[in-house]
Design a protein around this ligand. Structure first.
Ligand SMILES: [Zn+2]
Length: 411
């Protein structure tokens, strides 16, 4: 192999030292904390050691640039994020940044001069843990970050993201300046651990991502009539929770059998009022999350869920209302980048699975301004928990694919 498993392992273990005290329960590196700042300094030093020209944009995304031989060409960019959830593993995010860095070092080792520049990127605040919204840095790059909304995103102490940026000396103007023009980045690739078990089941170290799924989210409010659980005959009830139960099972059925083959639907939260053992529930509220990589299938499932909500209300004589709180569009990988990654994996004979990403990533936003592709790495123990684990050998194999794809895209 042209990439170094040892260097990748050392870097990931180095970065894992920058954590809040978790009592040994994985690592926690939230934005604007001392550990986050120290980690940023460490990656800047590592980029510098690899001979990269380091710069940051207005919102604090960090880039390391290796010039190409043809001035003026847009860069091939490889990136991910270094912030984590609470009690995270050491791979979700950092693996992608370090893989990019290792690609550059492998180019350096062989004195390979690419025509286009190669850049490695670290996007800020990818995790929604601290402020409740994900991919802040990459949304800014895509020009889809709403500055006014930042005032409404608050951490657990009530500080808004807008305030946190202001304290860090980052103003609206600077955040807007982080935006890149479409085409100013040639292509963007992100290596990330898989956050499910598809690669384990397929017994493959590497996944090649065809599309990133997107969510439609609903809040459903059901209003029946709260009444005495002993005194109200069964035929006289307007039980909001029974209606909610019917809707929950209906959503399961729609997502399982009446939508697209990749559709998944979840009711992750139910609030019942008044919530007493001796009262027929008068109100229920549901949080619905529907995801797909196929926009048409997701739209069709959305229509079916809306009909289900209405029909259930009518049949049960309860009032149902719904609000669609998010409706994002699934993001396909660019055919050009996808083909190069597939060619790369075949050329160097890395066993791989062609698959989609069920989770969101910075890559979904970079796709607004660059041709995008993603590489997944088999990961054990899930992610967003201390048990998350990828073999360094697998990351090295994925990085080798990334290197080969970079060579193909950068000339
Ligand atoms: Zn991640």
């Amino acid at each position: 192999m042209r990439v170094s498993r040892e260097r990748i392992e050392k870097d990931l273990k180095d970065l894992a030292r920058f954590t809040a005290d978790t009592g040994g329960r994985g690592i926690t590196r939230l934005p604007f904390t001392p550990e986050d700042r120290a980690c940023r300094e460490a990656i800047i030093a590592k980029f510098g050691d690899a001979g990269l020209h380091v710069y940051t944009d207005g919102i604090g995304n960090i880039y390391g640039r290796r010039e190409g031989s043809q001035p003026g060409l847009p860069a091939v960019m490889i990136g991910s994020h270094l912030d984590t959830v609470i009690n995270a593993g050491i791979f979700d995010g950092p693996a992608g940044v370090i893989a990019g860095l290792e690609v550059v070092r492998a180019l350096n080792d062989r004195s390979i001069q690419t025509e286009k520049p190669v850049e490695v990127a670290n996007f800020v605040i990818e995790e929604s843990t601290a402020f409740g919204k994900s991919c802040i840095g990459s949304r800014a790059v895509a020009g889809v970050l709403d500055y006014d909304e930042l005032a409404t995103l608050k951490d657990k102490n009530g500080k808004s993201l807008q305030e946190a940026f202001r304290e860090a000396g980052i103003t609206k103007k600077e955040i807007e300046a982080a935006r890149r023009e479409k085409g100013s980045i040639d292509s963007y690739m992100e290596l990330h651990i898989e956050q499910a078990d598809n690669l384990i089941r397929a017994d493959k170290p590497v996944g090649i991502v065809t599309a990133i799924a997107a969510a439609t989210r609903f809040r459903v409010n059901i209003t029946g009539r709260a009444s005495h659980s002993g005194a109200t005959p069964m035929g006289e009830r307007k039980d909001a929770l029974c209606a909610a139960a019917e809707i929950i099972l209906g959503i399961e059925e729609i997502a399982s059998a009446k939508a697209g083959k990749d559709t998944v639907g979840t009711v992750g939260n139910v609030t019942v009022r008044p919530g007493a053992i001796n009262v027929v529930p008068g109100e229920a509220e549901l949080a619905v999350d529907l995801r797909d990589i196929d926009k048409d299938a997701k739209d069709m499932a959305t229509e079916k869920i809306i009909s289900l909500i209405k029909n259930t209300g009518e049949n049960r004589g309860v009032k149902t209302e719904y609000t669609i709180t998010a409706s994002d569009t699934p993001v396909p990988a660019s055919q050009r980048v996808l083909e190069k990654i597939k060619e790369a994996a075949s050329e160097i004979e890395i066993p791989h699975l062609v698959m989609h990403s069920a989770a969101a990533h910075d890559a979904a936003y970079l796709a607004e301004v660059a041709d995008m592709g993603m590489i997944f790495i088999r990961s054990y123990g899930g992610s967003h928990n201390p048990e998350e684990w990828a073999e360094f050998e697998d990351i090295a194999r994925g990085t080798e694919v990334l290197l080969e794809a970079t060579l193909r895209l950068s000339t």
